[in-house]
Design a binder for this molecule. Structure first.
Ligand SMILES: NC(=O)CC[C@H](N)C(=O)O
Length: 384
């Protein structure tokens, strides 16, 4: 049993909360964001898109099922800090191999428990996501506040290189190989490559700074742009790469950060949402089928594009394919003249419902449909 040490949380606007240290002792800074998922804390903590964010869990009890060896979405925990109401004193689950508080401590994640997370969430909802500090070493709010205000904001943060793989690696297809995908790792989650692999796709995962020739070297049938942390307005390299991919008419699928990058490559702007969408029960309308799906979200930025019309771009017509039913935010784009589409949310779920799993089928169908386009066999099409 860990010794209970006091800790404080101080928001950029001066509001402070007292609590108890949870996980590692120390001090940390980041952007305070809340997630409403009732389950999936392990996937959240290991999702690279949460890099530099201090995550507030609205679900009051966290850690009940411990941590296990199967649910990590990457090789480590990425959150800058962790805020919970009531951590489990004892984990209990048949898959559990450890205690969440101990793992947070082992990975150096500074957290705080005993916080009135409802009050904190309501504050962030009305004032917007903002910088925050959590400390168990300095319990003077005024002095922590000075450092909070000196910490870098999320707006303008260029973070992909900090989370991307240093070297290319390959996730083989499960069963017979059908297609080869080159994935740009801006903060990829394991469940993306798993979802592709189970559809016969071999995925080569590339570092964030890769050039189009690096991708073409594996003769891909299609390209994937991953989710990831930071402000999409800074991602000029990946935006240029997306334009190269579309000019070659290679099928392209982007998720979340990848969606924002494709949006920019098509000529749209991006903007910061007030408090973002983070949770696993967000309703999204697929306007191409009229179906509503309940989906997993983790985004603080969004694409600014007109709805209800075909938008004329340099790459031909584009339409907003998906919208969030809570606030009408653009949740997906579909190019009509080049084989490219995106979603702003997480069809790979992990955590979350599987309603949007069909998007991986849509991607594979797009690849199938473009095989042999214009009589030219696609680069890298191998005999299955
Ligand atoms: N999960 C993601 O890809 C997040 C994308 C981007 N960093 C945002 O917050 O909007």
């Amino acid at each position: 049993m860990m010794v209970q040490q006091p800790a404080i949380l101080v928001l950029e606007d001066g509001r402070a909360f007292a609590g108890t240290s949870y996980g590692a002792q120390g001090e940390t800074f980041g952007e305070a964001v809340f997630t409403t998922g009732m389950t999936g804390y392990q996937e959240t903590l290991t999702d690279p898109s949460y890099h530099r964010q201090v995550v507030v869990q609205t679900a009051p009890q966290i850690g009940n099922t411990g941590v296990n060896d199967e649910d990590d979405e990457s090789g480590r925990m990425w959150v800058a800090g962790y805020v919970v109401r009531d951590p489990a004193r004892r984990p209990s689950n048949w898959r559990s191999t450890g205690d969440l508080g101990e793992r947070l401590a082992a990975e150096g994640v500074v957290g705080i428990s005993g916080v009135d997370t409802r009050a904190l969430t309501r504050h962030l909802r009305s004032r917007g996501a903002m910088r925050v500090g959590v400390s168990s070493v300095d319990l003077d709010p005024a002095s922590v506040l000075e450092r909070v205000r000196a910490a870098p904001p999320m707006l303008g943060a260029d973070l992909s290189a900090e989370v991307s793989t240093p070297q290319r690696y390959t996730v083989p297809a499960v069963g017979a190989h059908r297609y080869t995908v080159a994935a740009l790792d801006l903060g990829i989650k394991r469940n993306v490559t798993r979802r592709l692999a189970e559809r016969g796709v071999t995925t080569h995962v590339f570092p964030a700074g890769s050039a189009v020739d690096d991708l073409l070297a594996v003769s891909p049938d299609a390209v994937f742009f991953s989710p990831g942390p930071g402000d999409p307005a800074t991602a000029d390299g990946p935006v240029a790469l997306a334009r190269e991919v579309m000019s070659r008419r290679l099928p392209l699928f982007g998720i979340c950060f990848g969606s924002q990058i494709l949006g920019r490559a098509l000529g749209f702007g991006t903007y910061k949402l007030g408090f973002g969408h983070r949770g696993i029960n967000q309703p999204v309308l697929d306007r191409t089928t009229g179906k509503v799906e309940v989906t997993s979200h983790n985004h603080g930025f969004a694409v600014d594009a007109p709805r209800n019309t075909v938008i004329d771009t340099e790459f031909g017509g584009v339409e907003v394919s998906h919208v969030c039913l809570n606030d009408d935010v653009v949740e997906g784009l579909r190019a009509l003249d080049v084989p490219a589409f995106t979603v702003q949310y997480h069809p790979e779920a992990a955590a979350g419902p599987h309603d949007a799993d069909y998007l991986f089928d849509r991607f594979v169908e797009l690849v199938e449909g473009t095989s042999g386009r214009d009589g030219v066999p696609p680069a890298g099409k191998k005999d299955a």
